[in-house]
Ligand binder design. Structure first.
Ligand SMILES: [Zn+2]
Ligand SMILES: [Zn+2]
Length: 339
């Protein structure tokens, strides 16, 4: 079967790979749509130390059941959790398999979904009353939903999300669906417009507005109760600690690519909860599916293009040249290449 293979950093090709050998308890899916993610771009650029080559990319998946051991009729449209967990490490023993020490993400440490068929253990399959396109957006949104769960967001909270790209947008939607007052922060007016459509009550464009003054105005001088950092830059890592309210919660989802220097006095003085957030739990998948079923998420605005598999090498090159311009590319495995 054909697949999109990352042969080495910067080099991709659509080529033929070995057919599936599904385990007897696995669900076999016809892959229908796969989202391209920032981590795929990182792998493509050779900036993901966890990836080895050659590698089939893709971990944001919508598919249709071909065969399944039980309960799942063939023809059902589904999505899946792309993570694995060992069951024995400290995270797994604490019931937090999303942070398994030995996790292997589809398309990163093992071959991914940009191919025709996929076999997946049944417990990692999720269904909902959703279109293929909506199912394909579930996994990237779960990462933001998990951060909101880590921040223990309630309707009494004001939550600020720094960065309204794919992951941050999920946090905006997750915070809004919990009834919190939600402030989206970004330098891109277009992303802020989508954040408002996803439930942000207020937005701050830090390219033109002063972050501190605007946050003070919006929170009666106290600062947000929860700040979720979804960019990964030293200055936004610091801003989260500086701007959050006393006794507030800071949640980090962004991976900082360099060391960050802090005024650690603020950790103590404000008595902060500083939390990391990684991947997502099954309950985050369920929560995103329920949210998408309400049709309150701006699915069409959140997707910038839908392309056939054959176009992925060009799309990755283009995205790599202009990373800021692309929102979300979905790869439609049913779409025939334009010739
Ligand atoms: Zn992703
Ligand atoms: Zn584990």
């Amino acid at each position: 079967m054909k697949a999109l293979v990352l042969k080495e950093p910067g080099v991709t090709a659509v080529e033929s790979i070995a057919d599936l050998l599904p385990g007897k308890d696995d669900v076999v899916l016809k892959v229908r749509m796969v989202g391209l993610c920032g981590s795929d771009l990182n792998s493509f650029r050779g900036k993901n130390p966890m990836v080895s080559f050659p590698r089939v990319l893709g971990h944001e998946v919508a598919g249709t059941v071909v065969t399944a051991p039980a309960k799942l009729p063939p023809g059902t449209d589904v999505t899946l959790s792309p993570y694995t967990s060992c069951g024995q490490c400290a995270s797994c023993l604490r019931g937090r398999p999303n942070a398994c020490q030995y996790n292997q993400t589809l398309g990163v440490q093992r071959d991914g979904a940009m191919t025709e068929y996929l076999s997946v253990p049944a417990e990692r399959i999720f269904t909902g009353n959703l279109s293929i396109k909506e199912l394909c957006l579930v996994e990237p949104l779960t990462v933001g939903f998990h951060a909101v769960a880590r921040g223990r967001v309630t309707p009494q909270d004001t939550v600020a999300i720094i960065g309204c790209g794919g992951v941050g947008l999920g946090a905006v939607a997750g915070s809004a669906i919990r009834g919190a007052r939600t402030i989206g922060i970004d330098v891109d007016g277009d992303k802020l417009r989508i954040a408002r459509a996803a439930g942000a009550t207020d937005t701050i464009n830090t390219a033109t507005e002063p972050l501190h003054e605007r946050l003070m105005d919006l929170t009666a001088g106290r600062g947000p109760d929860v700040i979720i950092e979804a960019i990964g830059l030293p200055q936004t890592f610091r801003a989260a600690v500086e701007e959050v309210a006393f006794t507030g919660r800071v949640v980090y989802i962004g991976y900082a690519k360099e060391p960050v220097a802090y005024e650690t006095r603020l950790f103590v003085q404000k008595e902060l909860d500083i939390l990391g957030s990684r991947n997502a739990l099954p309950e985050d998948f369920e929560a995103v599916i329920r949210m998408l079923e309400t049709k309150r998420f701006p699915v069409n605005e959140a997707v910038s293009s839908i392309i056939p598999l054959e176009q992925v090498p060009d799309a990755l090159n283009e995205w790599s040249r202009e990373p800021a311009r692309v929102k979300k590319i979905l790869v439609d495995l049913d779409q025939k290449p334009n010739v």
